[in-house]
Design a protein around this ligand. Structure first.
Ligand code: LMR
Length: 393
């Protein structure tokens, strides 16, 4: 049977992990997959996570099943962090999921349980895996303008104009903060204008929040979620704890449905739990238990917020460092958009051929679109990096 299957190309983002690992050049730099790195180029386990893991090891008494929705204390804490009390919790249902991707996939299945054919509007560009993940689940995807590649700004007028012609009932996927791949987020006024169109066109907002805490703060990065939750009857939110808790491989995320009323909430709750049962049965527990311990302990939570601030600050400093180096080494080119972006990503704004030359001639790995993960920049490698970029321009 399997002889009918063809070999697939490597994943555009995850494929870079192996390519970089197998490159023998000592000066190589990994600006590919979105993982945080510290000044030494390492992806450390957060201190608060280590502490919680130790306590978990000491106090956990069973590995028995919990349930399709995962750990209730985790779900309550994630719901509070996401919606900040803007809506009554009798309209919300939150479940623990295997990472943000698992959350997106369950949301796609729920949309198709609610309606036979669903169109989802995504930004052009969006996270490379949004399209196969949501499209592969059976949703129809359409894109709206987002990134103006010439001026390196958000094409907010183009976005709003396109969405004003979206049919009522279509779904709009939004990145709450740290837009992946551009790093450019709407201002609060622009978010309000987007929310106006959502309300006017009766679109269903589907918010992906994978980097909460990496742009402004945990409480600032959910601005659009709070804005929409106070104005629309229904919405979906997918969270990831991969980045803000550094729990990448433990697969921790959540999925929330905001429903028009309590009766609908109850139906959605039974459907989502039933759907999970048919898909993967139950989410993994370990990472969720760790997050729950941290968020539910005021002292640990404060320590985690400090660790998050440290990561956020380093990402900002690395953007400035690279831009400053490029001002000097490539004075005919403008890279100032690097410092206007949030979180891990931004585009260098170079061609796929130049990206390929960075890889082949200099051992510098980034996504073909020229998206870089600024966490891969260090004080030690920024000189080599900026020289290499200047050389391929
Ligand atoms: C990224 O965009 O690099 C991350 O979200 C990791 C991934 O799964 O693609």
């Amino acid at each position: 049977m399997f002889e009918t299957l063809q070999t697939m190309p490597a994943d555009a983002i995850l494929g870079l992990i192996a390519e970089h690992r197998d490159d023998p050049r000592p000066e190589k730099i990994d600006l590919g997959v979105g993982v945080y790195r510290n000044a030494a180029g390492e992806t450390p386990i957060l201190d608060t996570v280590k502490k919680a893991e130790r306590r978990l090891l000491d106090t956990q008494t069973t590995k028995s099943y919990i349930g399709t929705a995962g750990e209730p204390t985790f779900n309550a804490a994630m719901q509070a962090m996401t919606f900040a009390g803007v809506v009554a919790d009798d309209r919300l249902v939150t479940i623990q999921t295997p990472g943000g991707s698992g959350s997106l996939r369950v949301a796609a299945g729920m949309l198709l349980r609610a309606k036979d054919a669903v169109t989802v509007w995504v930004s052009d560009p969006t996270w490379a895996n949004h399209i196969p993940l949501l499209g592969g689940a059976g949703l129809e995807l359409k894109s709206h303008p987002y990134y103006d590649t010439r001026r390196h700004v958000i094409d907010i007028d183009g976005m709003l104009e396109t969405l004003r012609s979206a049919p009522k009932g279509d779904v709009l996927l939004l990145h709450a903060c740290c837009h992946n791949p551009s790093g450019l987020d709407p201002s609060e006024d622009e978010w309000r204008a987007i929310a106006d169109v959502v309300v006017e066109r009766e679109l269903l907002p589907f918010v992906d929040i994978a980097y909460q805490g990496f742009a402004r703060s945990v409480d600032g990065d959910n601005f659009i979620i709070r804005e929409l939750a106070s104005r629309v009857p229904e919405m979906i939110v997918s969270n990831s704890c991969s980045k803000n808790f550094g729990l990448y491989r433990d697969r921790v995320g959540s999925l929330s449905h905001l429903c028009a009323d309590t009766a609908t909430r109850d139906a959605v709750s039974s459907q989502v739990n039933n759907y999970v049962r048919t898909l993967y049965s139950l989410p993994p527990d370990h990472g969720g238990a760790v997050v729950s311990m941290i968020l539910n302990d005021p002292e640990w939570r404060a320590e985690w917020l400090d660790e998050l601030e440290e990561m956020r600050g380093r990402l900002r400093r690395m953007r400035v460092l690279l831009n400053d180096a490029l001002v000097e080494k490539a004075p005919d080119h403008d890279f100032s958009h690097l410092v206007r972006a949030n979180g891990m990503f931004c585009f260098l704004g170079i061609t796929p051929e130049q990206v390929e030359r960075l890889k082949s001639d200099f051992g510098i790995y980034l996504v073909d679109s020229s998206r870089i993960n600024v966490a891969g920049i260090t004080e030690d490698n920024v000189g080599y990096l900026s020289d290499s970029i200047a050389a391929v321009l």
